[in-house]
Each structure stands twice: as C-alpha cells, then as structure tokens.
Design a protein around this ligand. Structure first.
Ligand code: SF4
Length: 359
C-alpha cells in the first residue's frame, strides 16, 4: 500500500513500516511505499500463521475470560476453526500436524506467560474506557508530528498551497491495549525479537543504546543498525498514539508503555517426537524503558525521548520531500540491505553496481 504523500491540504500520512523500510534503504521505501511495487520476498506463510494466532488470541481476549484455563480454551477453540480453513501447502500431513502443535504450544505459552494477566488488565481498562475498543488485531494508532519549517514563500501560489500544513501523521498498530497498574500497555505480536538487537537485552536508553542510535546517524561512522533504530521509532509512534487513545477514552493520566511478544520464535521450542508433544515459552520485551531518556521524561513527565523524536521528524521530512537517493549511505546499504532486497531486478543503483563488476 502506498503511503499518502500527496494528500493536498490534509496532513500527509506515512506508516511506521514504511519508515522502517526507509532505514534499510530509501530507494526500497520508494519502490514499496510510494510506487506500491511488490517485492520478490517470501515470508507470507509465516506471516499467515502468526495472523492465525493473533486472531485467536484477540478473540479470546474479547470473550472477557480471565481465568487461565478458560482463556486458553477460548483461544484454542477459535484457533481450531481458523486452522481448518488454513490452506498452506505443507509437504505432508505430518508436517501440518506438527505445525499445528507448535502453534497450540505457543498459545499455551502466551496464556501462561502474560495472557491471563493481560486479559484481566483489558477487562479493568474496558470498565473505565469511554466505550473504547481496546482489542484488535491491528488496532490503529497514530502520531502527528510537525515537520521543521521550510523556506517561507512570499505568496501562496493557490488556495490549496495556503491550506497546506507541515503536519505529518505516522500510522502504527498494536494488537490490543491492556492496563497494568497506573499504565496502559500497547501489545503487538511480532514474529521474533531478533531484529531488536541489543534493545532486547537492555533496560536503559543511556549508555550503549544511545551510542548505537547516535552512531547510526553519524556522518563519520560506518555503523548501520536499521532494525533497532526502526524499533525505537516505532516505540515513539506507538507511545504517542497510546497517549492520544488514553485521552480520547478518558483514561486519566496513566503513563503509556509498549510491549512486543514474539509468536514465531523457535529457539525455545522443545519437541518430544516419541510422545508427539511440543512445548515452548515466550519472551516478552517492554521497549519503553530502553526508549525513554530521563532528561526528557523529567521535563515532560511523559515517556518520550527528544533525540529519537527529533531524528524521526528529520527522517520523515526527507521522505515527504521525496528524497530517496541511497548514495549518501551507499557502502552500508550495498553491504547490508541489497543482499536480501526484493527489488534488485528493478533497482537502477543495484543494476549499475552489477554492470560495474561485470565490466
Ligand atoms: S537493491 Fe539495494 S539500493 Fe536497490 S532498493 Fe534494494 S536495497 Fe536499495
């Protein structure tokens, strides 16, 4: 889907997924989110399986069950119906059966690790929310930022120009919103946590996370960390969207938090082939603390980070202005992004590089 960059007098809108793509390569962003071209990538089967779990869990949460056993039963029953209609081309019946067991084990691990607590939190929050929908999947949230001022024009060229705004809306999604003490928590299901890099193992912005962020954008550094930087941008957008949701639903002055839960992490899977039993566990990552900087928090009492927010505004400004040339970061893009890019066949930069090598 194309990001809405030609919206005339309404605020321009971008998706957080688009911004994450642009961190890998702005030309890739242009192909995927401006031109709407399908890339030559194949992670559809995995995404479809995660969607089954996402839907089953959200519908179980919607049932209002908070007892772990009842919640798991509701999720399994819903999953069973979805699985019957799931027509993925497995190699064999045994493989299909195994994948089903893995997904059911993931549901059980979710309920045990956080599901029952989150279900109770949803019920509590829903009792206070002013008729608000807290459960997705893919509950839309958005953050509106002001682009830095550009050169002023003497006279607007048209009425539309006069109405133009510097506001840009960035869209993101979470799968549900739950309550936890004095916080509201946006939860998003993701395939794995591998892309978070060191964010996964840290609980503070100050120190090597701040260094990672600064180095990625420094002119004199070879550092290239699009995945964790994208996660920090996503956290900024989600937290801002949650603050907006909180205010709209009249949920007081709760702080906002953002949590990711992986549903396709096979590293914790254990299979007993004799008993045909599968077990797994889930790691849950709260990205809030690794994003918030104490200085900005002290000034605003909100979970914010001035460094990340300003850089996000700058990246968005570049994209909205149509700046997609990868030349500025070509060595890093060529080494890190081109090898797994789905647009190599139509990319002039990539083709020019190939021709250079062949010649
Ligand atoms: S092939 Fe390389 S330069 Fe071209 S869009 Fe993909 S990542 Fe960017």
């Amino acid at each position: 889907m194309s990001d809405g960059r030609d919206a005339g007098s309404s605020p321009v809108s971008l998706s957080v997924d688009g911004i994450k793509t642009a961190l890998h390569c702005p030309r890739r962003y242009e192909f995927a989110h401006v031109d709407g071209l399908e890339g030559d990538e194949d992670d559809g089967a995995l995404a479809d399986r995660i969607d089954l779990l996402r839907t089953a869990i959200c519908d179980a949460l919607r049932s209002g069950e908070t007892d772990p056993e009842a919640l798991e039963t509701a999720a399994r029953n819903r999953f069973e119906g979805l699985w019957r209609d799931h027509d993925e081309g497995f190699h064999s019946t045994a493989q299909r059966r195994h994948e089903r067991r893995v997904l059911e084990a993931t549901l059980a691990a979710y309920v045990e690790r956080v599901g029952a607590d989150h279900a109770a939190g949803v019920v509590r929050l829903d009792a206070e929310a002013a008729r608000g929908e807290l459960i997705g999947p893919e509950l839309p949230l958005s953050s509106t930022i002001e682009r830095p001022e550009t050169e002023p024009r003497d006279e607007p060229e048209s009425e539309t120009d006069a109405l133009e705004t510097n506001a840009v809306t960035i869209d993101a999604t979470v799968d549900y919103v739950t309550g936890d003490g004095s916080s509201i928590v946006g939860v998003r299901f993701v395939p794995t946590l591998a892309s978070l890099g060191r964010l996964r193992y840290r609980s503070d912005w100050e120190g090597d996370v701040a260094d990672l962020f600064t180095d990625h954008f420094a002119d004199d550094s070879d550092a290239f960390e699009p995945e964790p930087i994208g996660a920090l941008f996503e956290t900024a957008v989600v937290l801002d969207g949650l603050r907006d949701l909180r205010d709209r639903l009249g949920l007081g002055d709760r702080t906002c938090r953002y949590v990711q839960i992986p549903l396709a992490d096979r590293s914790t899977l254990s299979v007993n082939w004799i008993q045909n039993a599968v077990e797994t566990s889930l790691e849950v990552v709260d990205l809030t603390d690794v994003y918030v900087d104490h200085h900005t928090f002290g000034m605003t009492h909100d979970h914010r980070n001035e460094t990340v927010d300003e850089r996000l505004a700058a990246v968005v400004t570049d994209l909205v202005s149509g700046s997609f040339d990868p030349a500025e970061r070509w060595p890093q893009i060529e080494a890190n992004s081109c090898p797994d890019c789905g647009y190599t066949v139509c990319c002039q930069e990539y083709i020019a590089r190939e021709v250079r090598f062949d010649g």
